[in-house]
Design a protein around this ligand. Structure first.
Ligand SMILES: *Cc1c(COP(=O)(O)O)cnc(C)c1O
Length: 369
């Protein structure tokens, strides 16, 4: 595999200096706005694997290589931990004692975990009835104070912005610039694992913080000479919640992918610039296509992600005929499948025999033996 000399040098230094993964702030300290005075609040996030997807590759053919950046393997099960380690460390540095966020679920789980590590209080606003069960379970157990509002994410965000302006609580939504700084490290890891930048990066978009952060990371490594290209940024939304594709606010967004059920994306302007600068494409996939990709990932590749994450692969499959021959593509899987168990239970084609007599004969008969 071809590695640029500067990247090889960078990696060798890393292996020599560090015996084990120290969390992303320590790992990428010189690339992040931290100092020796910053208290590092970490759960050893980052360092997630790039998993090959041979069955999807074979389906697409033409020498295309597909990897899944499985950020569902972060400590609280989503990429939000990358941003949260930075946001909470910086909040701690300035002496903040409480944080607040609006969340479709994963931000609240992550904020709650890191706030607890930092000895800070976490207030989380969530849309009543639209947070997946696993995420709610996490926020409850990590000890956040949960405020479930009769409104959607966009309304929750409006309230927390106002609150953070007037009260002594730090906002940790992706408006907080430290979030994107932490999240850009995922792009560093992709380049290090591949030895170069991918040709395409496929990613779901909600508030579009993650696509903006990835692009920032790709550009920084490109400028440092660690890669000699940057990817086309392929951003996808659910067709019922696609403000960045239709170019207008969606008042009542709806999708099975609750993590991206957002009608007024915070990082809209940044995302539009990413699309332009990277010669990218923004497009929609239907909930049906999302579920199809979700099932393919689990049953063909053994990778269980949440519905919003499968959006990246649904988008890739939609654009499969436009992939250049022999292209290298990374699909970002933003969250773990266990976040949303009811989606899995309600959307599968498994053979599930119930009420079976507990004897070998009944069992082996059903097994066709
Ligand atoms: C937050 C989230 C997204 C959307 O990320 P943005 O930065 O808001 O675009 C996608 N998938 C999952 C699982 C998430 O938690």
């Amino acid at each position: 595999m071809f590695l640029s000399n500067s990247l090889r040098y960078h990696l060798r230094n890393r292996v020599i200096n560090l015996g084990c993964w120290p969390g992303l702030i320590k790992e990428y300290q010189s690339w992040l706005p931290v100092s020796d005075e910053t208290p590092i609040i970490t759960l050893k996030e980052g360092g997630t694997p790039l998993i090959p997807a041979p069955n999807i590759e074979e389906y697409i053919g033409r020498g295309v290589t597909i990897y899944l950046k499985f950020d569902g393997l972060n400590p609280t099960g989503s990429f939000k931990d990358r941003g949260m380690t930075m946001a909470i460390s910086k909040a701690k540095e300035i002496g903040s004692r409480a944080i607040i966020c609006a969340s479709t679920g994963n931000t609240s789980a992550s904020a709650a975990a890191y706030a607890c590590r930092a000895g800070m209080k976490a207030f989380v606003l969530i849309p009543d009835g639209y947070v997946a069960q696993g995420k709610l379970a996490q926020a409850l157990l990590y000890g956040a104070e949960i405020l479930s509002i009769q409104g959607n994410f966009d309304e929750a965000l409006r309230i927390v912005r106002k609150t953070a302006e007037s009260y002594p609580v730090t906002l940790v939504n992706s408006l907080n610039p430290y979030r994107l700084q932490g999240q850009k490290t995922a792009a560093f890891e992709v380049i290090e694992a591949l030895g170069k930048a991918p040709d395409w990066l496929c990613i779901p978009m909600g508030n579009a913080g993650n696509i903006s952060a990835y692009w920032m990371g790709f550009k920084e490594y490109y400028k440092a000479g660690y890669a000699n290209s940057t990817p086309r940024m392929m951003g996808f939304q659910s067709s019922g919640s696609a403000p960045l594709v239709i170019g207008a606010t969606v008042e009542n967004p709806n999708t099975i992918a609750t993590a991206i059920r957002i009608g007024r994306p915070v990082n809209r302007d940044k995302a539009i610039k990413v699309k332009k600068d990277s010669n990218g494409i923004f497009s929609t996939v239907t909930d049906k296509e999302i579920i199809k990709a979700y099932q393919i990932l689990a049953s063909r590749e053994g990778v269980f992600c949440e519905p919003a994450s499968a959006v990246s692969v649904a988008g890739l499959l939609k654009y499969r005929n436009e992939i250049p021959d022999c292209a290298v593509i990374v699909c970002v899987l933003t969250g773990h499948g266990l976040k949303d168990p009811s989606c899995a239970i309600g959307n599968n084609t498994a053979t599930f025999h119930t009420g079976i007599k507990p004897d070998i004969k009944s069992i082996t008969k059903l097994m066709g033996l």
